[in-house]
Design a protein. Structure first.
Length: 183
């Protein structure tokens, strides 16, 4: 199935039918057109789609589909048929936070703040003694935080307008405002 690209507009709140407030993320569908069909070695067909994100460089992605005849080369992607309450899978990139220390990145508690402890924000002991005499792989250390692909499953549609191509999702969606997510 071809995935649809949406731009994250922002967050707001709506009211449910019983009157309780819920936070929603508003997404706007990006225009897209089919570029070409590619056949893989195993016989499956990939539909390559170009999304117009409003930037100089277009976003190009390919998806394996069961019936490639539905997607004519050069034709625009039709808006999906969605209903309020429907469950979806959303994939996007989380906000990048740059290089972070171990406390910020992994939530370490740190040491005492006073009485000359000299252990405040450091990660603590990281290595071992003579055997194996190295830092083990996967050790929680300072480094790049965020900017990783995040997939949310079973998120609920609160609102969908085919004419405006605007959707509201219950809860948060990965990424910053203006970021692209795939539904």
């Amino acid at each position: 199935m071809v995935r649809y690209a949406f731009s994250k507009i922002g967050m707001t709140s709506t009211f449910t039918t019983n009157g309780s407030a819920q936070g929603v993320t508003v997404l706007k569908m990006q225009p897209a057109r089919v570029l070409r069909h590619e056949t893989l070695e195993n016989g499956k067909v990939v539909v390559v789609v170009e999304y117009d994100t409003g930037h100089k460089n277009k976003l190009v992605r390919g998806w394996v589909v069961d019936n490639p005849a539905e997607y004519q080369v050069g034709s625009p992607l039709k808006a999906p048929s969605l209903n309020a309450g429907q469950k979806l899978k959303i994939t996007g990139f989380s906000k990048g936070r740059g290089f972070q220390d171990a406390m910020t990145r992994h939530g370490f508690g740190g040491g005492p703040a006073s009485h000359g402890s000299r252990f405040h924000r450091s990660p603590g002991s990281v290595g071992m003694r003579a055997e194996p005499g190295r830092v083990m792989k996967g050790k929680k250390m300072p480094g790049q935080d965020g900017n990783v692909q995040v997939t949310l499953r079973n998120v609920q549609v609160a609102y969908w307008s085919t004419e405006e191509s605007v959707m509201a999702i219950v809860g948060g969606v990965p990424g910053a405002r203006g970021g692209i997510v795939f539904v």
